[in-house]
Design a binder for this molecule. Structure first.
Ligand SMILES: [Zn+2]
Length: 269
């Protein structure tokens, strides 16, 4: 499932191809995504794309009038191809642009979303309650300590709560906890502030490194040129059914809040 690095990889990939371009044609092959695509999206001809930003796992496309909010859902990806190139299966949306390129959105499982928002997208009901960006200064040891102090939930569950911090899903929560030496099951309020400070650094390092590798491809995610995200080869614990790459002990697997958790019993406590 795309997390922050995959969305940021997508944003950086499409940005130079779509910015300042006019939308010449919108093709909607399937409007039944997580929410139906509204009629406003089909009448965007002539609008100009000004900027592409990201908030958590949402891609925000700022037009000269109005905004689009995209979400890659479970299996979404975007590609830039010449206008007129054949549609792939599950390619639900195509924006044909004035530079002869087309932005194509593919989503086999259709949990993604494309919403039109006339006003400030940051105030949209899906976005306004989100916690800070993990790569921003607002996400620091004091903040995480404050969030954890009264929580008896497991630290991994806290990291994956988008009201606390955005964009961290199962893969990067697992990896950051490994890097910080903290077991995913440890109760949040029992973790000392110095250890939480290490976790903040680990979250930042893990996300920044994953962005550098173009994200992680486990199934459907591709970069905009169709290549996979190469961080998969850098994963230490996630989906590792063999030995720990640091100490050689067998990685443990358990199900935590309906999600797979992986940790090293030696390196994480
Ligand atoms: Zn280990």
């Amino acid at each position: 499932m795309p997390e922050l690095p995959e969305v940021e990889t997508t944003r950086r990939g499409i940005e130079p191809h779509v910015c300042d371009q006019l939308i010449e044609n919108v093709i909607l092959r399937e409007t039944r995504l997580r929410w139906p695509i509204s009629a406003e999206v089909s009448s965007l001809q002539g609008r100009q794309i000004r900027e592409v930003t990201r908030r958590g796992k949402y891609l925000l496309m700022h037009l000269d009038q109005g905004n689009l909010i995209w979400h890659l859902g479970m299996s979404g990806s975007m590609r830039i191809l010449p206008t007129g190139s054949a549609a792939e299966t599950h390619e639900h949306v195509e924006f044909q642009l004035s530079n002869g390129q087309a932005l194509k959105f593919r989503d086999p499982r259709r949990f993604g979303a494309l919403l039109y928002c006339a006003q400030d997208p940051l105030q949209h009901r899906l976005l306004r309650q989100l916690g800070p960006e993990p790569l921003s200064e607002a996400f620091d040891a004091d903040y995480l300590f404050h969030c954890c102090r009264k929580r008896s939930a497991a630290i991994k569950t806290v990291l994956m709560n988008s009201h606390i911090v955005v964009g961290i899903g199962n893969i990067y929560a697992s990896e950051a906890l490994f890097l910080a030496g903290i077991r995913p099951t440890r109760m949040a309020r029992r973790i000392s502030k110095p250890r939480l400070a290490r976790l903040v650094d680990a979250v930042r390092d893990t996300l920044a490194s994953a962005i550098g590798y173009g994200g992680t491809t486990l199934q459907d995610f591709t970069q905009i040129d169709g290549k996979p995200g190469y961080f998969r080869h850098e994963l230490q614990v996630y989906a590792n059914k063999g030995p720990c790459k640091q100490c050689g002990k067998t990685i443990k697997h358990l199900v935590q809040a309906q999600r797979s958790s992986y940790y090293c019993p030696e390196c994480q406590s």
